[in-house]
Design a protein around this ligand. Structure first.
Ligand SMILES: Cc1cc2nc3c(=O)[nH]c(=O)nc-3n(C[C@H](O)[C@H](O)[C@H](O)COP(=O)(O)O)c2cc1C
Length: 204
């Protein structure tokens, strides 16, 4: 009888999307902490965990032109850095998306990336073509200056709709309001610890 674990040595790719314009912004700090947890899990995991960081502000991603080429072909006509991001989004086994709240939604950098995922919407709903077959999960990380938790309602909806076209289950979110100045999130020791633990123990 073969008792070997089929997951053993299988590559498991965690794709982390940094949506803040700031390198050490609050959401970037949270996402870094999450990845530190993932890196710690790697030591004890039987899976071959790989981490891919996508820093949106460093990429050249044009907004969607609404040319509807993807409705016809399933492909995007714009040949920029998004072509590489498509590949990573398809390959991901776990997706972590981080963005500050800007005018009640996600950052402009991230929104451009999300709108370019219209090709995945076309593939799923117009072409009825399932190009992503593996089961995967994802989380959303966000901070906002506002005192109200409701401020995350809109960005959560945006991320849920992104995850829907990518066949990613929305596992949970880590959202913190009353976080405005750079580094404010570091004062919330529980938040930093919780997200680390989640990366280490619960993400897989
Ligand atoms: C352009 C801009 C728009 C913002 N809009 C909102 C908003 O609508 N609601 C809110 O609560 N905070 C808003 N903020 C505050 C940010 O969400 C907050 O400072 C957040 O912690 C920044 O995260 P980051 O450091 O990861 O970039 C805005 C900040 C900027 C720069």
């Amino acid at each position: 009888m073969n008792n070997s674990n089929p997951d053993k040595h299988r590559e498991f790719k965690v794709v982390a999307i940094y949506g803040s314009p700031k390198k050490t912004g609050n959401t970037s700090l949270l996402l870094d902490r999450f990845l530190e947890g993932v890196a710690a899990a790697r030591k004890s995991s039987e899976k071959d965990i790989k981490i891919k960081k996508i820093t949106v502000r460093d990429l050249n991603i044009s907004p969607c032109r609404e040319c509807c080429n993807c409705s016809r072909t399933g492909e995007c006509v714009i040949k920029d850095d998004m072509q590489q991001v498509y590949k990573e989004l398809i390959e991901a086994d776990f997706l972590a998306v981080a963005s500050p709240v800007f005018f009640t939604t996600v950052s402009g950098y991230l929104k451009a990336l999300i709108d370019r995922c219209q090709r995945f919407w076309s593939l799923k709903y117009e072409h009825k073509k399932k190009i992503i077959t593996k089961k995967r999960k994802g989380i959303f990380i966000s901070t906002a200056g506002s005192g109200s938790k409701d401020i995350f309602n809109c960005p959560k909806k945006v991320i849920r709709s992104l995850f829907d076209v990518l066949y990613v289950d929305y596992l949970c979110d880590f959202v913190f309001n009353n976080v405005d100045s750079q580094g404010d999130i570091l004062k919330n020791k529980k938040a930093m610890e919780d997200i680390y633990r989640f990366g280490k123990e619960k993400a897989f």
